[in-house]
Ligand binder design. Structure first.
Ligand code: AMP
Ligand code: GLY
Length: 422
């Protein structure tokens, strides 16, 4: 099988490595990729937002399967273009991708499917902002305000704060920029990312993972695209894991079928395990980064065959997934000033070590690997348990040099210490 992966992050690098391990995969291509993915796959340039261009590239490389990593091409309908051209694609249609692309659609689907999620309100008129803020946050008996950009914002459009001034300033800035603001009730409890391979009503869950969104140790500082992740979750009881699949993901998949937009691809439930059970923070229509790096490091089943089965309507017959024992930890190395405007162009030393997955990297004409984005790379290592995986990941990270680079030192730490409770 010849597989083309679309995207350029550490998630795509991890997908390529897992696909390469599948004995049925005999050729790998990636577009646009980065300095790390070039060592694993034939690298091509493409406008990932153009269905026509991605179809042309898939034909050029004679792809049997196209795997679309990021949400933007999915929301724009690139998967539809591939399927219309008769090319198998792992990734939802434009209509099904609204589960991530439109918060209003996601809330409506969840309400119809009877799935618990935060209550919310959209504010698009600055004159209504103060009254709306009064209905949320500490003034309304909750711990914090949750203020979101109603458009796709790569995880960086969210502010969670108990300070009304901060909440108000973020909302006002979004409105000023012409973006509607979503206010949400605060969901209290440890977070879970559950990735499910879905085709229509068939749902195959992967290992549960947890990611770390804030930039600083101890969950301090602004939200980012994700600073690290670990899997599986030793503190998540099996019955809660099963409940998430049967009472949240399966009903949502069935509701999408019901609405005439069946989901084919990776349905990612981001949840909080609250005192009254799991509740959805958001759905995404693709693999999440950096959780993917940890989850795929433990997958034993052949990834290419799994994704091909979902893309061709054969998922129900695929059977149970097999996993390696132990734990996996991913730590992201970010550029100076990320999640603000990152400094780029710095030479990275040690980027070719085992377990290093590239994201914002490029190869300079002189052969040096340089930073080219905010999240520069991630290190993923496995171990017999979380402590061992953490030690291995931080050991590898210690051998990498990036001027101004920063990373969190506490990825998976609270769980390893038994301090996370569902
Ligand atoms: P999102 O981009 O919607 O995934 O939000 C980013 C992060 O903000 C989430 O991973 C949570 O840590 C936090 N967050 C978002 N919505 C809520 C909520 N309703 N309650 C508590 N935390 C939230
Ligand atoms: N792990 C967060 C995301 O991919 O959106």
């Amino acid at each position: 099988m010849r597989v083309l992966v679309i995207g350029s992050g550490a998630r795509e690098h991890a997908l390529l490595l897992a696909l390469r391990d599948d004995p049925e995969v005999d050729a790998l291509a990636i577009a646009p990729g980065n300095a790390g993915t070039a060592a694993v796959a034939d690298q091509h340039q493409v406008d990932i937002t153009s269905g026509d261009d991605v179809v042309a590239l898939a034909r050029q490389v004679a792809a049997d399967l196209v795997v679309i990593g990021p949400e933007v091409p999915l929301v724009l309908g690139v998967a539809d273009a591939l399927r219309d051209a008769g090319i198998a694609c792992f990734g939802p249609s434009k209509d099904a991708a609204r589960i991530e692309g439109s918060k209003a659609f996601a809330k409506d689907v969840m309400a119809a499917a009877g799935v618990r999620t935060a209550s919310s309100e959209i504010v698009d008129n600055p004159a209504h902002l103060d009254a709306a803020l009064d209905r949320f946050g500490p003034t309304a008996g909750s711990q914090a305000w949750v203020v979101k950009d109603d458009r796709l914002a790569a995880g960086k459009g969210v502010v969670v704060t108990a300070d009304r001034g901060v909440a108000r300033a973020h909302a006002a800035a979004l409105l000023e920029a012409g973006h509607p603001v979503l206010l949400e009730s605060y969901l209290d409890g440890p977070e879970v990312s559950l990735f499910c391979v879905v085709d229509g009503t068939t749902v195959v869950p992967l290992l549960a993972a947890q990611d770390f969104k804030r930039v600083g140790d101890g969950d301090t500082g602004p939200n980012t695209g994700g600073m690290g992740a670990y899997a599986p979750l030793p503190w998540l009881p099996d019955d809660v894991y099963r409940d998430i699949v049967t009472t949240i993901v399966e009903p949502v998949a069935a509701e999408l079928v019901q609405r005439g937009c069946p989901f084919t691809g990776l349905l990612y439930a981001g949840l909080a395990i609250t005192g009254s059970g799991p509740a959805v923070i958001e759905f995404n229509c693709r693999f999440g980064d950096p959780e993917t790096q940890s989850v795929l490091a433990l997958l034993e089943s052949p990834l290419g065959q799994l994704l091909y089965a979902a893309a061709t309507g054969e998922l129900a017959g695929f059977g149970e997934l097999r996993w390696r024992d132990g734990a996996a930890v991913t730590v992201v190395l970010a550029a100076e000033n990320y999640p603000g405007r990152p400094r780029v162009g710095d030479v990275i030393v040690g980027a070719e070590a085992d377990g290093v997955l590239h994201a914002g990297t490029a190869r300079r004409d002189d052969g040096a690997v340089v930073s080219s984005g905010g999240r520069v790379l991630s290190v993923v290592r496995t171990g017999a348990d979380l402590d061992a995986a953490r030690a291995a990941a931080y050991d590898t990270l210690g051998s990498i040099r990036l001027p101004g680079g920063h990373f969190r030192t506490d990825i998976g730490l609270a769980a390893a210490q038994g301090k996370v409770h569902a």
